[in-house]
Design a protein around this ligand. Structure first.
Ligand SMILES: Nc1ncnc2c1ncn2[C@@H]1O[C@H](COP(=O)(O)OP(=O)(O)OP(=O)(O)O)[C@@H](O)[C@H]1O
Length: 551
């Protein structure tokens, strides 16, 4: 990494520094703005928000605020860290200045020998509270809310060295009971989703007003994107890792922890020099849910390819787990040089967070979220549309009385913030797109199949046509041959006919001649006969005459 601060594993020398930089969680004179202002206004005691009211997010439903107002208030718990070896030695002579009354959910801060101030929280954890119990009380309700489709935020705030990273980021690789909220939350989420749902995480740090990816350290200046319509904050440039199982998540977390800036200060040997933010994205499919059941602008667009109720509905939710860098008094932490620069940035961003918390608590119309990247990042997550829990961590040492009191006041103010939790259900355009793509694939395959069939038919028809054409040519040939033959035959027959006719004519002529001859002969015959008769008559006459003569 380009930045010069030591990574978590590095140790930095402790040097005293006389400069004092105190935190200003105090009073904000800020004016408030649009989106978060709207949320904050809705949270106001005397401004009733109708249960059916729709929020700025087109596809998000606001839960019934009136019904469940207290459950939508930011939950604030306080955890006291056990004394460390140094404190056992140095505070041995001091009486306890913090008194915890967990059964009353109260914490008493002793001001002097006679006076103490009592503060009520949603939960008070003593130094013996287990990691599991802290998770169950602080984080589990938020995780459950996230699983049911709302955004959620869990944030730890407190003086440096008081146990924020311990509570949130402990991996508990060797001892599962040591696991912090990050691991337990993802474990819980994985146990409660189905195979069709998905969980993805991004893990980044906000270091000296640069957002750096803890899972892909080369991404060292990621920009924040805010959706002007829904107010949703996102980091499109951040690495997104799909969580397959808990081991795979713990590995990612470990990788991220290794990339986080940490330094050895007087107050914490492994003081985080950056705010670390784990962003868990959950997408859940809601079988059987119709688009009609959600507030969806799609109905009006006329852009309805499949029919509105055919569209799959998903719940999209985001869980933010924020491990803030610890506020520190420079004189006590001993920061100097680059550490001092880091501390200034840490304190400035925490100051701007304090201002926003104050503004939200005071229901001010303007929340100064633009003052730091931390508050821009948390704009939709804390005091916004997410269910939020804040854990404030305090140390037991009376030497840090002022810091502890300041932290407690921060927590007290945060308790006044009521979020407007929104259920985020929307048309699952990704799966709709996949569905349409599948349909396109099926139709393309069908078109191709039909095309093949047509090609096959065409090929067959062409073959048949060719065969027909061949046989036609053949038949033509045969016809020509036959016709030639017939023509010849015709000519031959004509000749024969002519000859026959000639012959017949000749015959007839011959016949005629013969008949004439016969007739002539018959006449001759007749003539002859007559001649003979005459002749015979002559003879008879002659003989008779002769006879007569003789006589
Ligand atoms: N509840 C606890 N039980 C036992 N040890 C704890 C507890 N809380 C914190 N510690 C220890 O105190 C030390 C400081 O804790 P941690 O680093 O979590 O503080 P932090 O608030 O994150 O500090 P910073 O803001 O400087 O990063 C660590 O050694 C941690 O193990």
């Amino acid at each position: 990494m380009a930045m010069s601060s030591a990574l978590r594993s590095s140790k930095m020398p402790n040097k005293p520094d006389r400069q004092v930089l105190t935190l200003a969680h105090g009073h904000s004179s800020s004016n408030m703005s649009s989106v978060v202002g709207q949320i904050q206004q809705s949270a106001g005691q005397n401004q009733k928000v109708p249960a059916s009211r729709r929020t700025i997010a087109s596809n998000a439903r606001t839960l019934s605020v009136d019904d469940d107002k207290d459950s939508q208030r930011v939950r604030v718990a306080v955890r006291l860290r056990p004394r460390n070896a140094d404190e056992i030695l140095s505070d041995a002579d001091f009486a306890d200045y913090i008194e915890l009354q967990p059964e009353l959910k109260r914490l008493k801060l002793r001001k002097n020998n006679w006076n103490s101030e009592s503060y009520r929280f949603d939960e008070v954890f003593t130094e013996t509270a287990s990691q599991r119990r802290v998770y169950e009380v602080v984080a589990k309700p938020v995780v459950e809310s996230v699983l049911s489709g709302c955004n959620g935020t869990i944030m730890a705030y407190g003086q440096t060295g008081t146990g924020k990273t311990y509570t949130l980021g402990r991996l508990g690789k060797d001892d599962a009971s040591e696991r912090g909220i990050m691991v337990r939350a993802v474990e819980d989420i994985l146990a409660n989703i189905s195979a069709s749902d998905s969980v993805e995480v991004s893990y980044f740090q906000l270091y000296m007003e640069f957002i750096q990816d803890l899972l892909a350290p080369e991404k060292s200046n990621i920009s924040i994107q805010e959706d002007p319509k829904s107010g949703e904050v996102s980091l499109p440039g951040a690495e997104v890792v799909k969580v397959r199982d808990l081991d795979n998540f713990v590995q990612s977390l470990q990788l991220g922890e290794g990339n986080r800036y940490a330094a050895n200060t007087k107050l914490n040997t492994e003081s985080s020099r950056s705010h670390a933010i784990l962003m868990v994205h959950i997408r859940r499919y809601i079988p059987g849910k119709k688009v009609d059941d959600i507030n969806c602008e799609e109905k009006d667009t006329g852009n309805n390819l499949l029919g509105v109720s055919d569209k799959p509905v998903i719940q999209k939710s985001k869980l933010l787990i924020v491990d803030l860098a610890g506020s520190e008094r420079i004189d006590k932490s001993g920061s100097e040089g680059h550490l001092l620069e880091e501390a200034k940035f840490i304190n400035l961003s925490l100051t701007s967070l304090g201002k926003c918390i104050n503004a939200l608590a005071e229901k001010s119309p303007h929340i100064p979220t633009r003052e730091s990247k931390l508050t821009r990042l948390l704009r939709d997550s804390f005091g916004g549309s997410a269910r939020s829990s804040l854990l404030i961590t305090i140390g037991p040492s009376s030497q840090h009385h002022a810091e502890t009191a300041s932290t407690i006041m921060f927590g007290q103010r945060a308790m006044k913030i009521v979020n407007m939790v929104k259920l985020r259900e929307e048309v699952d355009y990704e799966s709709l797109c996949r569905k349409l793509e599948n349909q396109v694939d099926l139709l393309t395959a069908e078109v191709e199949r039909q095309q093949k069939l047509r090609d096959h038919d065409k090929y067959q028809l062409e073959n048949q046509l060719k065969e027909c054409q061949c046989s036609l040519v053949e038949m033509k040939k045969q016809l020509v041959t036959r016709s030639e033959f017939l023509e010849k035959e015709n000519i031959h027959l004509e000749v024969e006919l002519k000859n026959t006719l000639n012959e017949l004519r000749n015959q007839k002529d011959h016949n005629d001649l013969m008949q004439e001859k016969v007739a002539l002969l018959e006449k001759q015959n007749e003539f002859l006969l007559i001649a003979r008769i005459i002749s015979s008559n002559h003879i008879a006459i002659a003989s008779a005459s002769f006879d007569i003569g003789f006589v």
